[in-house]
Design a binder for this molecule. Sequence first.
Ligand code: PRX
Length: 658
Amino acid sequence: MSKIESILTESRVFTPSEQLKRSVALTEADIAQMYAKAESDHVGFWSDLAREKLDWFKPFTVGLDDSNAPHFKWFSDGELNVSYNCIDRHLETKSDKLAIIFEADDGTVERYTYKELHDQVCRFANTLVAQGVQKGDRVVIYMPMIPQAVIAMQACARIGAIHSVVFGGFSAESLRDRIDDAGARLVITANAGCRGGKTIPLKKAVDEALEKGGDHVRKVIVFRRTKDDVAMKAGRDIDWYEAEAGMSNYHDPVMVDSEHPLFLLYTSGSTGRPKGVQHSTGGYLLNAHATCEWMFDLNEQDVFWCTADVGWITGHTYVAYGPLSVGATMLMFEGVPTYPDAGRFWQVCQDHGVTVFYTAPTAIRALMKFGSDLPSQYDLSKLRILGTVGEPINPEAWIWYYHEIGGGRCPIIDTWWQTETGAHMLAPFPITPLKPGSCTKALPGIDAAIVDEAGQALEDNEGGLLVIKKPWPSMIRTVWGDDDRYQKTYFPLMGSIKNGDSCYVVGDSAYQDEGGYFWILGRIDDVLNVSGHRLGTMEIESALVSHPQVAEAAVVGRPDDIKGEAVSAFVVLNREIPDEGAERDALIQVLRDWVAKEIGAIAKPDDIRFGTNLPKTRSGKIMRRLLKTLARGEEILQDTSTLEDPSVLEQFKKPKRL
Ligand code: PRX
């Protein structure tokens, strides 16, 4: 691998004010002590934290079991229950404290105290048991961003069932793949979801998914989010409230082993179909809990708002689990940032007194476009910490967020992590000096480094592979049903270098500056990051090729001001290429809709170009680097002499921007 070059040069440093330092729980000395302890006793550090932060039914005696690398077990002889840790243990002191404030798309507000959440989760846990769900069974949740999604997840955790939440924007086809791969026994859905004033049918997608698949699915529980009619299949489908009728408000949480799978979450990789990332119980919850305290400093007065949907890992760790584990009040929002206008996020922050706000750079960039007048109309003075996640934040957006939203007083917590890591890995504490665009340093107990392909450490400012050298509690345990893929994807250095057996290769390139700060450069594989969402180019290519008029397709990313990356598709038809004009435009639309149907609207190509062949070497390898240059609209300076048919480049030059 040639060394990866960085073109980003950002030298500003934002140091914390004395006032900020006084206002947060952890002092510089506390943080330094944590780093020192983690450095000197990695396993002891995590074990002590697990004892201090989580309630164990059966205490563990083994911290880390690494006898079967790269399969690591944390706290494996301990027993606990996640739902107990998120709810029950707070009841004595906080039963009337708000756990969830929910603002619906239409502005309706609902509030749930910890006691109310407890009762609802228990009732639903009893419902799941009554419907035949047992410990270890998989339950797919395909819900809008409403409290019932969290209730369903917590109820699964309570009975030891393994949930797999599928983002409501995924199509029936994607949903079916995930239901089948997980071997789900039950599906929880809503008749519809509400976003931006529109109603999005969800149950319909479940019906379609189960028409040709879902052989293991016995029951579908349907929450009626809207008054719209919903078709119910007799014997299989059951209304949420009807199913709950007569159920008790109490359910004794099922204690599970620390390593018991808490959930599967499907995410894209560079090859093959999305993989079911399997997370554990104790280790996962520990990092979710600790990072809510470390990065967000959550305390009794806070109102924490993470804007992520529960369909993504961020919505698991920082909506469904972390904030509840620390006993915080969190806000859930069903809508979109631009409805009824682009001031909605700021209105929600104002109306509910949000103190800690966590969102994605793509949302910041989109809202920045509307200028600073909108946020300035709202009282954002309660905000004290701002976070970002999902993709690198460009310094311009960072500075806007810092000044226009945070009033220059709130630290920007740029958190780098992944579905597989379970929780934040590289991120500042609120009082860490900040450099816009850098996610700063690895957390205590996270041993991150930059290495070359052979696993050798690189110098400062040299771009290379980001790796995590030691196991950490919330790491992925395996790929559901494909352990081989787990080992090959994440531990390619196994056996090749000293300690390579526990060297987790992230899939991102990055470098560390002289101050030890990490700067993420992007993915090293064919994974796209569109609006902070991971999409495999392969997935989109397979979707395109499954259309009857498409013979071949290649998909690459190109930089996009708002989305971070946009999807460019290069398509070879098995018919004549229609002339430019209405017919070609119509075909492009058909193919975009096809991808939306196969995967989901987020995967729709932003531009589609046609040619009579893809640019391939004589040995048949698609030259993706050329396609990337074309997608960017740049001149081709690379050597094209090895191409089988250089003339195709001309055909592909003309994009059809949509
Ligand atoms: O490339 C990195 C990027 O998002 C990838 C993980 O995507 P996903 O599993 O969907 O999880 C997203 C939410 C945790 C990473 O491999 N990424 C995530 N956070 C950042 C980031 N890139 C730069 N800076 C970040 N803060």
